[in-house]
Design a protein around this ligand. Structure first.
Ligand code: GTP
Ligand code: MG
Length: 275
């Protein structure tokens, strides 16, 4: 996810073409398309403002948290606005009416924000800080960390609503927020590339390998967090340093990680030999 984009005045023709495409290329409808195009451009702009509102909240949390705790739970935050072409294609695929009202009521991923955290506990901490804000309403939460997808995908998804104050009204804008660790993000971007490269028909040995890699990523997350906790306890001024239990837990986490990585490597090589 990189910078936010919004349709500029110059690409009105492109927008019109996309809407026409969405309407089934029927030139008889051309006269009716102009107001639709105008409505959609306004709609897209509103979603972009929704992203801006959420990004501001995240920047505030990050900077303030760093200031108070000398620690940063947010590694990176990015956003993307779904292109009009993608909106129209998805609307058509899912039978969503091609109107701003239809899109607004039935598509929840037009505005997307992705937050990458160092540790799993940070994900829930950032979630709690966001959800606690009174102008942000959570419409839906999907916890793919507690319940990973079959392919190994992990992230915490929030569908939220934020008010955007326009010149003549207030509009509640829906934004999808994905929260992940760096390891989960690394996994998801590779899986995404593979999925598209193979046009959704990924060979079995690769889906198996991805599933195993997801396990390694998860144990890496646990291990890194253990190490971090032990060091933080040390920094916390405890005169005795980390407890024996702390050290033992860290050592166990590291051993689990090494075992998982070794087994994964062996299984991957076996599977590749077999087919
Ligand atoms: P869509 O109709 O595709 O938006 O799915 P959904 O509405 O059922 O929501 P879901 O929470 O499953 O997925 C929403 C978004 O999460 C996707 O657009 C991706 O960005 C991300 N995502 C979900 N599943 C996967 C996955 O298996 N792999 C990767 N790489 N990303 C995923
Ligand atoms: Mg979705």
């Amino acid at each position: 996810m990189s910078g936010t984009t919004t349709p500029e005045a110059g690409d009105l023709a492109g927008v019109r073409a996309a809407v026409l495409e969405g309407l089934g290329k029927d030139p008889r409808l051309a006269g009716e398309v102009a107001p639709l195009v105008r409505d959609f451009r306004r709609l897209m702009m509103t979603y972009k403002f929704g992203i801006d509102e959420v990004m501001t909240k995240i920047t505030v949390l990050r900077d303030e948290f760093r200031h108070i705790h000398e620690y940063n739970p947010i590694e990176h935050a990015g956003s993307r606005l779904k292109s009009l072409e993608s909106i129209l294609a998805k609307a058509r695929r899912k039978g969503v009416p091609l109107t701003p009202e239809g899109v607004r009521a039935q598509m929840f991923d037009i505005a997307g924000v992705r937050v990458t955290c160092s540790f799993v506990s940070d994900i829930y901490r950032v979630r709690d800080m966001l959800v606690g804000q009174r102008d942000l309403t959570v419409l839906e939460e999907r916890d793919y960390i507690a319940h990973p997808k079959g392919n190994g995908y992990k992230s915490l998804h929030l569908i939220v609503q934020v008010p955007v104050f326009l010149s003549d009204r207030v509009e509640d804008v829906v934004v999808e927020i994905q929260l992940r660790t760096i390891a989960m993000d690394f996994w998801a971007s590779l899986e995404h590339k593979i999925y598209y490269k193979y046009e959704r028909e990924v060979p079995r040995h690769l889906t198996d390998a991805l599933k195993l890699a997801a396990d390694v990523a998860a144990t890496l997350d646990t291990t890194m967090e253990r190490i971090h906790d032990e060091v933080r306890d040390l920094d916390g001024g405890a005169e005795t340093g980390p407890s024996g239990a702390d050290t033992l837990a860290t050592r166990e986490a590291i051993e689990t990680f090494i075992r998982t990585a070794q087994v994964t490597d062996e299984v991957f090589h076996d599977r590749r030999r077999d087919g």
